[in-house]
Design a binder for this molecule. Structure first.
Ligand code: NAD
Length: 481
């Protein structure tokens, strides 16, 4: 892999400020063509324990620093990420598959969390509380929760790390990160830049490995870890929540979704189609807030489907480093097989296949952008998160009914509403049981606002003021006079 700064390519774990080999290695491959990118440390549960020991040792000194001191170090990290964004994007595209422009967007989005939380940590205030007793003085102070462990997914190999590590470090916590096995290089490059930025040894540790369960047990059960933060599937999240129970860890869970996308008959069709394309085909649909169920009012159904079909047919698919590519491969063959099965199940259950519907010849991990109409709520394509480039369209006629259908899922991450009617838009946004609702746009995620889900989509929020609060304990202090 050719980089302007070859130092960013690391193959060992970053523990206690040093690069360490593991007993074994694991292969990291380009999902677009299977090419070997390198052999990376295949860390073990013992390596995770060593990292927790390092984070525990580093905690007293890091938390003692002033917020301004921590902020200055974090801003150097931010600056280095921005300066190296071209290389970081290239690493990301090669190990994950998304188009280079999207990877560049992710690097800057990821970096923005570091800048923002570096600023925000200077404004974390306690309170003085009007007392209930003249002989007592009541106040609160906010203190870092302690050692934080993080497990992150492959779909956003950079931003899912910074969204957790930045507020944790800004708050005065130290961190141990286990990235997804498929995308360790982006995580290790972030470790290298944290090192260059002067984060003290042990404040940030990256342990890569294929034994997710073994490493995960340490990160969720070691009593020295105070907080566990996870982004991934609901199934794994539930398992890890149970593991965290043994030591009553604080937890943040960013889990799966099943986003409804509702197009009313008073929507602007071009806005709706543009928003749908943005939420559905970014990262080949492998996004937790990706639209999963598209509900279109009967009166505008045909117009919407026609416009969507035209846009989908124009998508350019190929290796993410090629110019003008809109969509790359899926992460691995298993994901391709799964979406293919969901499409076949929908068609067998009566859905109409408008375009796509099968793998593409570009390489074994490519699947065609697929448009299904005549979908119904009981099909697997609607009840399960398809996590692929599948647009599954249903019809509706009644506002109350479509709200009921949109809410009829155990998930509650993101929802989309397309309407030019301000009263209706307000009504529907308020009625949707989701952590995030976007109206007349398909792109809403930002550093400054809280990201997270209701119901089985998770616990806690990342980003915004709420994202900072996840890494503090509030201590109530009562002084007798
Ligand atoms: P996943 O749950 O399989 O993996 C996520 C991480 O958990 C990886 O690092 C993996 O190695 C690790 N893991 C897997 N099994 C484990 C175990 N037994 N113990 C400890 N760690 C384990 O999910 P995925 O396939 O990588 O990601 C897709 C899912 O993530 C989707 O459901 C998506 O919606 C969700 N996601 C959610 C958000 C969000 O913010 N809510 C963001 C991105 C992805």
């Amino acid at each position: 892999m050719k980089l302007a700064n070859p130092d960013l390519l690391k193959f060992q774990n970053y523990i206690d400020g040093t690069w360490r080999a593991a007993a074994r290695t694991m292969a990291v491959c380009d999902p677009a063509n299977g090419e070997l990118l390198g052999n990376v440390a295949d860390g073990s549960a013992a390596d995770a324990e060593t990292a927790v020991t390092a984070a525990t040792a580093a905690l007293p000194e890091w938390r003692r620093r002033t917020a301004a001191e921590r902020a200055a170090t974090l801003k150097r990290w931010y600056q280095l990420i921005v300066e190296n964004s071209g290389d970081l994007a290239r690493i990301l595209t090669l190990e994950q598959g998304k188009p280079l422009a999207e990877a560049q967007g992710e690097i800057l989005y990821g970096a923005s969390f570091i800048e923002w939380f570096a600023e925000e940590c200077r404004r974390v205030y306690g309170q003085t509380i009007p007392t209930h007793n003249p002989a007592m003085r009541l106040s609160t102070i906010r203190q870092p929760v302690g050692v934080v462990s993080c497990i992150t997914p492959w779909n956003f190999p950079n931003a899912m790390i910074t969204r957790k590590a930045a507020p944790a470090l800004a708050a005065g916590c130290t961190v141990v990160i286990k990235p997804a096995q498929e995308t360790p290089l982006s995580a290790l490059a972030l470790g290298q830049l944290a090192h260059e930025a002067g984060l003290p040894k042990g404040t940030i540790n990256v342990v890569t490995g294929s034994d997710a369960a073994g490493i995960g047990r340490v990160l969720t059960q070691d009593p020295r870890v105070a907080k566990f933060t996870f982004t991934g599937s609901t199934a794994v999240g539930k398992l890890l929540m149970a593991q965290c129970a043994s030591t009553v860890k604080k937890m943040s869970m960013e889990l799966g979704g099943n986003a409804p996308f509702i197009v009313f008959d008073d929507a602007d069709m071009d806005t709706a189609v543009k928003a749908c394309m943005a939420t559905k085909f970014r990262n080949a649909g492998q996004v937790c807030v990706a639209t999963n169920r598209i509900y279109v009012h009967q009166a505008v159904h045909d117009e919407f489907v026609e416009k969507l079909r035209t846009e989908m047919a124009a998508l350019k698919i190929g290796h993410g480093t090629e110019a003008g590519i809109n969509m790359g491969p899926m992460i691995f063959r298993r994901a391709v097989e799964r979406v293919w099965e969901l499409v076949q199940d929908a068609v067998a259950s009566g859905a109409n296949l408008e375009i796509g519907g099968e793998p593409l010849p570009n390489g074994e991990n490519y699947f065609a952008p697929t448009l299904l109409t005549g979908v119904s709520d009981d099909m697997r394509i609607a009840t399960e998160e398809n996590f692929g480039p599948i647009a599954a369209v249903q019809q509706f006629t009644d506002e109350t009914d479509v709200i009921r259908r949109a809410n009829a899922t155990p998930y509650g991450l993101a929802a989309y509403v397309m309407s030019e009617n301000i009263r209706r838009a307000n009504r529907v946004v308020e009625a949707l049981e989701y952590g995030m609702v976007a109206c007349n746009t398909g792109v809403f995620s930002t550093t400054v606002a809280p990201f997270g889900g209701n119901k089985e989509s998770g616990l806690g929020r990342e980003g915004g003021v709420e994202g900072m609060a996840e890494f503090y304990e509030t201590k109530y202090c009562c002084f007798g006079t």
